[in-house]
Design a protein around this ligand. Structure first.
Ligand code: PEP
Length: 303
């Protein structure tokens, strides 16, 4: 299966970071990074630079036919309106992004609540972007054996809030009944297209140099995918019952929802982690072109 590698540059990068981006393009195209002959394990690389660089990088990527995709790090919940300093999902898409992160731990720490994250998810999917919904537990929650419960709570809040029809948060949002239909359609389309991805990012692993054991990552990520399917199946039968659905998620158990791992991934541990997950979300190591290319090369070698 094709692996997803996503580099989150966070608030790093000026115009001269174009050099790093061009180095990535050159390395990504080089024969040493070629996928193995079986062909189905090529890696999709997406860079999420700061918003100020998105359009610039998108133009470079497309003029060089690079195959590297671009993404946003965050989007606002509203389609447009009086939100000084914010960026909408549509703006990200207009600037060349194919996906956006939603609910990254650093956004949550800066004040985004579960309800905000849910509406951001809805905004991203409605705009036609793929969304990488980030969830993760604190060290204390893990120590108390509460990882799965915490992740399930975050998932449920995001999916339920995304589907909710009465979340008019400001005057620029659409009417309740229109929202209800649009929410279902967005989620339906996103699920059918595989545009909903999850990223398991333990808070204590981000930027710390520590990771959970590989078996623990494998178990947690597969539980996360199963919980997502269960929650979606529950919502599908609710929708069928109250007649608000025109399409059933009857194949929910087969839905493809990629689960990525993020938190202190680097060249030396990438291959071992990647054997257990659908991809990686990478912070610090993605700022170094050669380190990130080593991760892509490792990913391409996984059968
Ligand atoms: C992140 O912030 O999403 C992340 C995974 O960071 P790092 O790779 O630096 O731990």
């Amino acid at each position: 299966m094709r692996k997803e590698i996503i580099g989150n540059w966070k608030m790093n990068g000026l115009l001269d970071s174009e050099r790093t981006f061009r180095e990535l393009i050159a390395g990504y195209a080089s024969p040493s990074n070629a996928p193995s002959p079986s062909g189905d394990n090529s890696t999709r690389l997406t860079i999420c630079p700061p918003a100020t660089l998105l359009l610039h990088f998108a133009r470079i990527a497309s003029s060089m036919n690079s195959g590297i995709a671009l993404g946003g790090q965050y989007c606002h919940r509203a389609i447009s309106g009086s939100h000084t300093g914010e960026i909408s999902a549509e703006m990200l898409r207009d600037s060349g992004a194919r996906l956006t992160l939603v609910g990254h731990a650093e956004r949550r720490a800066a004040g985004d609540r579960e309800a905000d994250v849910a509406l951001q998810l809805r905004a991203a999917l409605s705009a036609g972007l793929s969304a990488v919904l980030c969830v993760g537990e604190r060290a204390s929650e893990r120590a108390a054996g509460g990882t799965r419960t915490k992740l399930r709570e975050q998932l449920r809040a995001a999916i339920d809030g995304c589907l909710a029809d009465a979340c008019k948060t400001d005057a620029s949002e659409i009417s309740t009944s229109e929202a209800s239909i649009a929410n279902l359609a967005s989620l339906d389309n996103a699920l059918a297209d595989g545009r909903l991805m999850l990223a398991y990012e333990p808070l204590w692993a981000i930027g710390s140099g520590e990771t959970p054991g590989y078996e623990e990552i494998a178990e947690t990520c597969s539980a996360l995918a199963a919980d997502a399917r269960d929650i979606l199946a529950e919502r599908a039968s609710d929708g069928a019952r109250n007649g608000t659905r025109d399409r059933a998620w009857d194949g929910t158990s087969k839905l493809s929802i990629s689960v990525l791992y993020g938190g202190s991934v680097k060249g030396s541990n990438a291959a071992s982690i990647l054997r257990h997950v659908d991809g990686l979300l990478i912070g610090k190591a993605s700022l170094d072109a050669q380190e990130l290319l080593a991760i892509v090369a490792a990913s391409n070698k996984i059968d």
